[in-house]
Design a protein around this ligand. Structure first.
Ligand SMILES: Nc1ccn([C@@H]2O[C@H](COP(=O)(O)O)[C@@H](O)[C@H]2O)c(=O)n1
Ligand SMILES: C[C@@]1(CO)OP(=O)(O)OP(=O)(O)OC[C@H]1O
Length: 157
């Protein structure tokens, strides 16, 4: 059995917040705003997994109206989502994710993101691909107002 899912998320970039992406804190003059730590990449991955198993999205499981998730570590949320996939007898086939950001430069941090994500999903790093693109200064990402991420996953029984 093969299950596929896709996820997409956006968070605003503001001053006074840490810039945490893929479980890695990246030095930057702005950080991502959210109820949780606003890790846009881990949210897109979580939503892709939840999509693959027909379980809606992270807002359904970890509501932003619940103080329990205020400043929540999104890596812990991803680990909880992964338990739901494992309970269905599923393993990660592979995932492919894209961070959409004009700045900061993600490339130096991507190997560490892959390591963190592979560990959370109990898989080989070869099954996890993370990449980044600018939008050539166009749109909200291009103006540095926010960062987006998207992900597709393939889960196998
Ligand atoms: N925030 C980003 C955006 C891009 N990269 C890397 O730079 C390459 C060129 O980006 P383009 O948008 O001009 O295609 C891209 O392939 C990424 O490797 C990055 O590290 N951080
Ligand atoms: C992650 C959660 C946790 O309350 O809060 P946010 O950081 O606001 O992130 P979002 O991508 O809007 O998803 C909703 C919530 O699940």
């Amino acid at each position: 059995m093969i299950k596929v899912g896709q996820g997409f998320d956006v968070h605003q970039l503001v001053e006074g917040r840490p810039c945490i992406i893929g479980g890695v804190t990246i030095p930057h003059e702005k950080g991502l705003l959210g109820h949780s730590d606003a890790d846009v990449l881990l949210h897109a991955i979580s939503d892709a997994i939840l999509g693959a198993i027909g379980e809606g999205d992270i807002g359904r499981h970890f509501p932003d109206t619940d103080q329990a998730f205020k400043d929540a570590d999104s890596l812990k949320l991803l680990e909880e989502v992964w338990v739901m996939a494992e309970k269905r007898g599923l393993k990660l086939g592979n995932l492919d994710a894209t961070i959409i950001a004009q700045r900061p430069k993600m490339a130096p941090y991507i190997p560490q993101m892959v390591e963190v994500i592979a560990k959370a999903l109990k898989t080989d790093q070869a099954n996890v691909n993370v990449k980044a693109t600018t939008t050539e200064q166009l749109g909200f990402t291009g103006r540095g107002e926010g960062i987006a991420a998207q992900c597709i996953v393939c889960l196998t029984a």
